[in-house]
Design a protein around this ligand. Structure first.
Ligand code: CA
Length: 227
């Protein structure tokens, strides 16, 4: 697995490279995003660790360009900028996860593992399943345990998104544009209403749809302490 690390703080870069190399990852580490644009052409990474404040091209600008070419490779933001707005902005631009500095290396490694696992899960199959809930993309059916669910189109789309990327935080605006389309004149309250209906139809398993206060929702396979 090749990880592209874009981070201008030399000391932090070296610590991350040292740790992840020892854990068996291959690392390509760069101090700016301009060089990274060239590097991704020559050696496409399996995952990107991206600092936001960089000399030259900024992290979010890099993310924009990267996502135009590549929709699936996980990108994890590592940044000292950690306000709610910063996090939402990065997620909406297509980051998969956000790790505020300072962070522990164990947590970084866990987030890398989770992101890579989702990537491999999503690539092969025509069904997505988590915690006993399943959507079949071919037949357009959804199941809760053995029981087939009766869902509206929007509820089905929401569930399919969640199950495709468990533990990924979706902002309300993301869900709105992915399920209802960019032209939608609906507001984020619509998302809340449909998520509430979906939860209800999932019964006990509704607790897997977890609210991230002020940001949005995610599918939590453990489902504990939801909401
Ligand atoms: Ca920086």
């Amino acid at each position: 697995m090749l990880i592209l690390l874009i981070e201008d703080e030399t000391a932090l870069r070296e610590v991350i490279v040292y740790h992840l190399t020892r854990e068996g990852y291959r690392l390509l580490s760069l101090g700016n995003a301009n060089d990274a644009l060239i590097a991704i052409e020559e050696a496409p990474p399996d995952l990107v660790l991206l600092d936001l404040m960089l000399p030259g091209l900024q992290g979010l600008q890099f993310l924009d360009i990267f996502r135009q070419k590549n929709k699936t490779t996980p990108v994890i933001i590592i940044s000292a900028r950690n306000t709610e707005d910063d996090i939402i902005k990065a997620l909406e631009k297509g980051a998969d996860d956000y790790l505020p500095k300072p962070f522990g290396l164990k947590l970084l490694e866990t987030k890398i593992k989770v992101a890579l696992r989702h990537k491999s899960d999503a690539s092969d199959t025509n069904a997505h399943e988590s915690a006993g809930v399943k959507v079949e993309l071919d037949t357009h059916k959804a199941f809760c345990g053995e029981k087939e669910l009766t869902l509206t189109q929007k509820e089905y789309d929401l569930l399919a998104l969640f199950l495709r990327k468990p533990e990924k935080v979706f902002t309300r605006n993301q869900l709105l544009s992915m399920v209802w389309g960019y032209d939608s004149e609906l507001n984020s309250r619509t998302v809340d209403v449909h998520v509430a209906m979906l939860r209800k139809k999932l019964g006990d398993r509704g607790t897997h749809v977890k609210t991230i206060p002020k940001i949005g929702y995610l599918w939590d396979p453990k489902g504990a302490a939801a909401r």
